[in-house]
Design a protein around this ligand. Structure first.
Ligand code: ZN
Ligand code: ZN
Length: 352
C-alpha cells in the first residue's frame, strides 16, 4: 500500500528494453538497448518487423538475434521521434561497451548511425565522472533509469527533468544538446553496483582493477579468468584522466536506497518485515523516498525516527559512507557507522 503522503498522479512513457545477441567481427555480442516510443501507433509499427525476427511476446525484455545497428535502423525507419539508448552501457555481459561481449566504442557498434544515439544509460555500476573520462562520451547525455526488475526498486536511479510532461518535451531535453530541460541524475554509488570491481563470485574474490592486472587477469584462488568489472573497463577505454569533467556534463547526486540505509541502521536484513515496517512508517510521516533521502530536514527525520537514521542520511547525502565494491554479480555492501560510532551516537536511545 502506498502511504497517502506519497500518492500522486502517475504517468507513463512508452519504452521497452530489447536484448540483441548476434555475431559481429567474429565475436558474439550481447547488447541491451532501451527504446522510447512516442505513440502506440509508432509502437505497433516498430513491433511488426521485430515480430518477424523473433518472439517479442514471451518476455518483458525480448531477445532477438538482431544486430543492434539494425535494430536502431528499424526503430528510426518506423518512427523518427523514437529514441534508442544503450542500456546499462558498461555491464560486462550485456552491454554496448561491456568487457565480455560489447564493443570498444559506440561507433564500432552503430557505425554510420552513431549520430542517432543521443544518450547512454550509465547503469548502477558507473556514474557520470567515470563516463566523463571518455572524450567520445562527452557528446552524449548520460541518463540513469532504475533498471528496476521489481516495483520496490523503482527510482533507485532516476533522471531529473524540468520540462512539460510530454514525450516530445522530455525526449527533446535528451536529444538536443542545447536544451536545458535535462537537469541531471540521481545515482547509485557506483561501488554498490553488481559489477563495479573485478572478481570471481564463486571464490568470493573481489579484485580492484590493478590487482587483476597484477594477477594476469586470473583469479588468485582458482586461476580461471575473472569477470572484468566496470571500473576496469572504463580505465581500459578512457582517454582522459580521472577527475576530468565533461563540458556538457550535468549535475548528479549519489544516494543509497532508503530501505538499505534503514537496514544498516537497524542492523537487520533489507528484506525483513522490520525494515519494511520502518520504511513505510517513515514515508507515511514525512513523504516520498526522494524527499526523505534528499530534502527532508534532518531534524524532522530525527523526530520521526532516530538520531542514528538522521545521522546516516546526513552521511549518505555528503558521501561519508564506506562501500565494499560489488563484483561478478554480487552487489556492493554499504557501511555507514563503525561499532564505536554507533554507540557514540545512540547512547542509550532506542532506534525506532
Ligand atoms: Zn538489461
Ligand atoms: Zn575463482
Amino acid at each position: 500500500m502506498v502511504p497517502s503522503r506519497c500518492r500522486a498522479p502517475v504517468r507513463f512513457l512508452l519504452s521497452a528494453e530489447i536484448s540483441s545477441i548476434y555475431k559481429k567481427n567474429e565475436r558474439t555480442r550481447k547488447v541491451h538497448n532501451l527504446v522510447f516510443i512516442p505513440t502506440m501507433d509508432a509502437a505497433r509499427r516498430i513491433q511488426a518487423p521485430l515480430s518477424r525476427i523473433g518472439n517479442i511476446q514471451s518476455d518483458g525484455r525480448p531477445i532477438l538475434g538482431l544486430d543492434a545497428k539494425e535494430l536502431l535502423k528499424i526503430v528510426k525507419e518506423n518512427s523518427d521521434e523514437a529514441v534508442l539508448v544503450p542500456a546499462h552501457a558498461w555491464t560486462p555481459h550485456f552491454s554496448v561497451l561491456g568487457a565480455k561481449s560489447g564493443f570498444d566504442s559506440l561507433a564500432e557498434c552503430f557505425e554510420e548511425l552513431t549520430a542517432h544515439i543521443p544518450a547512454i544509460e550509465t547503469g548502477l555500476s558507473s556514474d557520470p565522472p567515470m563516463n566523463w573520462r571518455l572524450s567520445v562520451l562527452n557528446e552524449v547525455r548520460l541518463i540513469s533509469n532504475s533498471d528496476a526488475h521489481s516495483p520496490i526498486k523503482l527510482m533507485r536511479e532516476a533522471n531529473l527533468f524540468d520540462t512539460d510532461l510530454t514525450y516530445h518535451a522530455i525526449m527533446t531535453s535528451i536529444t538536443e544538446p542545447a536544451s536545458h530541460g535535462f537537469l541531471g541524475t540521481l545515482e547509485f554509488y557506483p561501488e554498490e553496483g553488481k559489477y563495479h570491481y573485478d572478481g570471481h563470485r564463486a571464490c568470493s574474490m573481489r579484485l580492484a582493477p590493478e590487482e587483476t592486472r597484477n594477477n594476469g587477469g586470473r583469479c588468485p584462488k582458482c586461476n580461471r579468468k575473472v569477470t572484468v568489472g566496470v571500473m576496469h573497463r572504463v580505465e581500459e577505454l578512457a582517454d582522459l584522466p580521472a577527475g576530468s569533467c565533461s563540458p556538457a556534463g550535468r549535475p548528479y547526486q549519489s544516494t543509497i536506497p532508503l530501505m538499505e540505509i534503514i537496514a544498516e541502521v537497524m542492523q537487520a536484513g533489507v528484506n525483513t518485515k522490520k525494515v519494511m515496517g520502518a520504511y513505510l512508517d517513515l514515508l507515511s510521516r514525512l513523504g516520498n523516498e526522494y524527499h526523505v533521502l534528499l530534502e527532508a530536514e534532518l531534524d524532522s527525520i530525527r523526530q520521526t525516527s532516530s538520531d542514528l537514521l538522521a545521522e546516516a542520511i546526513s552521511r549518505v547525502r555528503s558521501g561519508r559512507v564506506e562501500i565494499q565494491p560489488g563484483y561478478d554479480g554480487e552487489f556492493g555492501t554499504i557501511r555507514v557507522f563503525s561499532k564505536e560510532e554507533r554507540q557514540q551516537i545512540t547512547g542509550q536511545l532506542d532506534l525506532f
